[in-house]
Write a protein that binds this ligand. Structure first.
Ligand code: UDP
Length: 252
C-alpha cells in the first residue's frame, strides 16, 4: 500500500513518506516498540493503529484550542497527513509527578507529586543517549533560538494544562509526557509547530484510582497487557468506536 511512495525517514516507531503535495508528509505508525535506546525491541500488534488514532484525536483537540501543530488529517488506520517541518532536535519533557529518569536522578519516589510542573529539554541523539541539556546548550549550539525556547515553553505548558484536564476527566493522571517541535518557514520567518505524536508511547498515564500504568512503562518494565492498556486509554477518550474489532477484542 505504501511501497510506491518515497520514504523520507524511518524512525523506531514511525516512518515518514513524501506527501501528495509540497510541504506535506505522510506519517506511518508502525507496531514496533523500542525502549532503553532500542536495546529492547518487540512488535506489538495493533499499537500503530491505536497510536495513530489517539494522536489524531489529541492533535485535533489541541488545534481547536490554538496549539498549532503539524496534523492535517488521518488518511487510514496507520497513516496521517502532516505538514512538513524542520524538526528541532530536542525532546521536550513536561512532568507533573515524579517518575522515570527524574526519580532516578534526584532520588524521588515514583508517584510523588511535584511542587509545580517541570519542563526539561533533552538533545535528540541516540548515539549520545538523548542527554539532558540546558537552555545555554540549546542556544550556544544553535539548536533553537531564545524566542523558540520561549515559544516551546509556553506551548508545552498549554499542552500540559489541556492534557491534564482531558485525561483527568476520564480518570487518568498525566504523570509526564514528551513532545517534539518543528519549524515551518514563511519567507524569512520561522514559526514553531508541535510535531511528532502524542500517545501512550510518549506519555506516562496512570489510572487515577489504582495508579495502574496505562502506557509504555508496561513494555519497558515487562508488565504485560500493553495493547490492552493503550486500548483502554482510547476507550476512555471515547475514540474506540472506530477501532477495528481485532483491537477491541483486546480490551477488558
Ligand atoms: N519519553 C519518550 N521518549 C524518550 C524518552 C522519554 O517518549 O526517548 C517520555 C517517557 O515516555 C515519559 C517522559 O518522556 O513519559 C519522561 O521520560 P523519562 O525522562 O522519565 O525517561 P525514561 O524513564 O522513560 O527513560
Amino acid at each position: 500500500m505504501t511501497t510506491r511512495r518515497k520514504k523520507i525517514y524511518e524512525g523506531k516507531a514511525k516512518i515518514l513518506y513524501e506527501g501528495p503535495e509540497p510541504g506535506t508528509l505522510i506519517q506511518y505508525f508502525k507496531d514496533d516498540a523500542t525502549a532503553f535506546n532500542a536495546q529492547k525491541k518487540a512488535v506489538l500488534e495493533g499499537k500503530g493503529v491505536i497510536n495513530n488514532r489517539i494522536s489524531e484525536y489529541i492533535m485535533t483537540r489541541l488545534n481547536s484550542i490554538g496549539v498549532q501543530n503539524h496534523f492535517i488529517r488521518r488518511l487510514n488506520l496507520r497513516e496521517q497527513l502532516i505538514k512538513e517541518v524542520e524538526i528541532i532536535p530536542l525532546e521536550v519533557v513536561c512532568r507533573n509527578v515524579a517518575a522515570g529518569s527524574l526519580s532516578q536522578r534526584f532520588g524521588l519516589p515514583e508517584g510523588q507529586p511535584l511542587p509545580r510542573s517541570i519542563i526539561e529539554f533533552y538533545y535528540k541523539d541516540d548515539k549520545l543517549g538523548d542527554p539532558l541539556v540546558s537552555e545555554e546548550h540549546i542556544t550556544a549550539f544553535n539548536w533553537a533560538s531564545t524566542q523558540e525556547i520561549d515559544d516551546m515553553l509556553a506551548m508545552t505548558l498549554r499542552v500540559n494544562d489541556f492534557l491534564t484536564g482531558l485525561f483527568g476527566a476520564v480518570g487518568i493522571t498525566l504523570v509526564d509526557f514528551k513532545i517534539e517541535y518543528g519549524r515551518v518557514w514563511e519567507n524569512d520567518y520561522a514559526r514553531v509547530l508541535l510535531a511528532d505524536e502524542i500517545s501512550p508511547d510518549s506519555c506516562r498515564l496512570w489510572d487515577s484510582a489504582t495508579n495502574e500504568k496505562l502506557d509504555k512503562d508496561r513494555f519497558r518494565r515487562d508488565l504485560g497487557g500493553v495493547i490492552e492498556s493503550y486500548t483502554e486509554v482510547a476507550r476512555r477518550l471515547g475514540i474506540m468506536k472506530e477501532m477495528p474489532r481485532v483491537i477491541e477484542g483486546g480490551a477488558a
